[in-house]
Structure formats: structure tokens, C-alpha cells
Design a protein around this ligand. Sequence first.
Ligand code: PLP
Length: 408
Amino acid sequence: MSNEIISEITASKISTSAAGESLKMNVAKRLEGVGEYYFSQKLREIDDMNKTGKQVINLGIGSPDLPPHADVLQTLHDEAIKPNQHGYQNYKGSPILRNAISTWYKKWYNVNLNADTEILPLIGSKEGIMHICMTYLNDGDKVLIPNPGYPTYKSAVKIAGGNVVEYTLTKENNWYPDFTALEKTDLQKVKLMFVNYPQMPTGQVPTKEHFTELIAFARKHHILLIHDNPYSFILNDTPLSLLGIEGAKGIVIELNSLSKSHNMAGWRIGMLTGAKERIDEVLRFKSNMDSGMFLPMQLAAAKALQSGKDFHDDVNKVYKKRRDKVIELLQLLNCSFDEKQVGLFMWAAIPAKYKDGYELSDKVLHKSNVFITPGGIFGNAGDKYVRVSLCSTEEKIIEAIDRIKKTL
Ligand SMILES: Cc1ncc(COP(=O)(O)O)c(C=O)c1O
């Protein structure tokens, strides 16, 4: 290679590199406009406060603190101590897990899925969002994403080179997409649409009518719907799958997860379901990114999916009590909210005296050492809201209420 070419390559890689200094790298253009995940930054700030003895009560993140079913832990243990369970696994996941997912979808959602062809286990549904974007998006393809909505949709679309087109969800429209407004926009280059019901952060449940409308809209405009469904078992008596709507399989990929429903967020186990073609397409990308998960975890996850209604009822009993306390906390802050929300959070409108949810969140953090999430991180339609998680013990929520009473 000529010296000229070498120095050209070096210029594109490094801005300065004095002897002994760590290289200063220019990150790829695809990361432009994609910052560090909000919670990753905020947890650092909370850690710093804790180091100074503040003992912040974190009511921000939706990471279930209750344990998985005891049988799940036993299965993990029994399988992990076997000597022959430690090798690479099938890229498509263990057939035992895929069969368990298929049985689970039939039992709870009344959806038939072929365990061999219509299911792809994932390392959490978050990675599935990225895989889908990398599988389908070319530069400039448009993707509809909800505002407010899970922030990962936006960053995954951007990283994959797609163009984000936000659709606004409003309280007046029950946090459902306004199809009339959407149809007045140019939908020509829209390839994917992310939807998520029960909706995070608003806690809105889906109805069959709403799901049927979604399918009709997507079919009319040739859009692949990506339904993200991790909250259907939390404080919700009727889990629904978008795949349960007639004719949905051809135009829907559904993401699901054991993180919230089975208290297994740290295990990183999710799934992608849909038509065989979709599974094969996504697998072309995913099989180049990672390998199958540790087999004992897959077998323990299969066990978790066999949990009966008792398991979910017990977990929901705990969340209900916590929700009552969170309601007290929100009333104390003069926030207003719908009590019929489902999922792991309460979403609440802030009083008019605050500019936005960031102001209220910062005030509660710095005066009372309690962290609640500003709604604006889910998109500007959430600016006037805050979100409070149910993933802390009742005692902690009571303590947070006491702190706020004493300090605000
Ligand atoms: C709407 C939504 N989708 C997906 C995820 C990611 O879930 P998982 O743990 O399965 O990656 C979350 C996690 O908070 C979420 O709120």
C-alpha cells in the first residue's frame, strides 16, 4: 500500500494520536444523532448521588424485582450441572423452547404457531428490534414509530439507516394511532410500523377492534407491522396478540419477552414470531450476529412458559398493592392519571406549574432523593408527563412518599 493511501485511511480513522495517548477514534456516521441510552446516563448520576450517601429510591426503571418461578431456577440448576450442556447452540434456538413458545401462544393468545418455522427465540426482545431494522431497512426507508414510545425503536431505525416518522399518540385518542391523520401524510416510503400494546409508557390496553383497524391500515399501505408485546401479562386479565387477528400473520412480526411476564429481565430471553418468510429473513441477519443461547437457560425458559395462572395472579397481587401506593405518590405531586392503566408503570400528567416532566423529575430527585422518569424521554408527546415504575417494594414506595411529604 502506498504511503498516500495509508495516510488517507488513517485520517478517516483517527483525529489525533500522540505517543502514549489512547487513540481518538471517530465513531461511524450511523451513530450520529444516537446518544447513550437515557437510563444508562441517569443511573450514573444516581450512582454518584448514592456515593455521597443520598440513597436514592429509584422508581424509574421497569426491571422486575420479584424472582422467577422456583421451578425455573431448579431447571436452570439441574441442566447447568450436566457436563454436556455447554456447547454452541442451534441458531434457531432449542426445539424444546420453540415448542414451549408455540404451546404458550396457543394457551394464552389462542394463536397457532409452527414451532419449527414461525418462532425465533431472541436474547431479549430489544435485540429483535435491532435485527428487524437491520434486516429490512435501506437508507431512506421510512419507519413509523409511536410518540410517546419505547426509545429503542428510534435509535434502532437510525442506526440501520432508516428515516424515523413519528406518529403521535394522544390521551384524546386513547393513545391509539390516529389513522385519519396518518392517511393524510405521505406513506409511500413507509416500510415498517412499530406498535406496542399494552402501550409503554401510557399503559393503554389494546382492543380487538383497534388491532383489526391496525391490520387493515397496514394491509392497505403495504406496511410490515412490528408489534412489541412484552406487557400483556402485567395487571392485564386478557393478554392479546396482534397475530390473533385474522389475516395478521402475513403482515405482522410480533416480539415478546419473558423479561416482564416471568420476572426474567436479566436472563435476556425473548422471541420473534410471524410467518416463516419473516423468520427466515431475520435469521439471515441474526445468525451472523450471535449464536443460540446457553441451553440450560433455554430449558429453564421453556419451564417458565409452562407457569399457570397462579404465578401471574401472585405477581399481579403484589403489583396491585404497589400501584395503590404509586397512586398516592402521584396524588401528592398533584399529577392526574387514568387508574385503568396496565403494565409495569403509572403514566401521569404533571401539574401546569411545571414546564415539563424533566423539571418535576429533577425537583423530586434533588429535593427528595427519589427518581421518577420524565415522560419526554419517550418523545415530545410525553413532555407534560412522568412515569413511575412498580418495580420497587411497597416499603420503598411508602418511604418515597414520606420523603416527598417532608421535602417538597
Ligand atoms: C416496550 C418495550 N419493548 C421492549 C423492551 C425490552 O424488553 P427485553 O427485556 O425483552 O429486551 C422493553 C423494556 O423495557 C419495553 O419497555
